[in-house]
Write a protein of this length. Structure first.
Length: 188
């Protein structure tokens, strides 16, 4: 069942759970059936050396299914997203989903209308906790766009369902719990 405004508000600002469903959230970002989430100032990108932020960005080398990949990490208030150049960012909000609530990240229509997209990794499993959501963003038009800390390009819908059980909860099986900021893949 899709949650609506008052249910979302109660789960965030009420004292129903030990931790609120979402921390660092603004009440004005709660919509009729979703929550607008804000971009952090954390950017991870895989890019050639000519990227504007590559010179002073931290280089992170990861082994992804046996192949080395180089990412750049930059913490800055603004990021220039070029056409077809994906970037990982994260939400300013931190999520604590109980075992009977899951979520789905969707684009806000305002961002989609300037051809920004969130790639298809938007499901948030029940039990995902103490973590920001990593957003996989890409721009599909010719022109660049400036992404800034605090703007809302995505929203999260929440769904109530049966408890998934201790064995299947992301709380016990997830690799991205307790994550701060944008996080690169930990493998497939």
């Amino acid at each position: 069942m899709l949650l609506v405004y008052q249910e979302i508000k109660d789960l965030i600002f009420g004292d129903i759970f030990e931790k609120p469903l979402v921390e660092n959230c603004l009440v004005e970002n709660i919509n009729a059936s979703s929550l607008d989430v804000r971009l952090s100032n954390d950017w991870l990108f895989e890019r050639s050396e000519d990227k504007q932020y590559s010179d002073d960005a931290e280089k992170i080398s990861i082994l992804f299914n046996g192949i080395e990949r180089l990412f750049y990490k930059k913490t800055t208030m603004k990021y220039f997203l070029d056409s077809l150049e994906p970037v990982l960012s994260s939400t300013m909000e931190k999520f604590n989903l109980p075992d009977n609530i899951s979520g789905e990240v969707c684009m806000r229509s305002s961002a989609a209308r300037v051809f920004i997209n969130h790639l298809a990794a938007g499901h948030i499993d029940p039990g995902f906790h103490n973590s920001n959501i990593t957003l996989e963003l890409i721009k599909y038009s010719k022109n660049s766009v400036v992404l800034e800390k605090g703007i809302s390009v995505c929203q999260v819908k929440f769904f109530r369902h049966e408890h998934v059980g201790e064995k299947y909860s992301y709380r016990n099986t997830g690799r991205y719990n307790n994550s701060e900021g944008a996080v690169v893949s930990k493998g497939i």
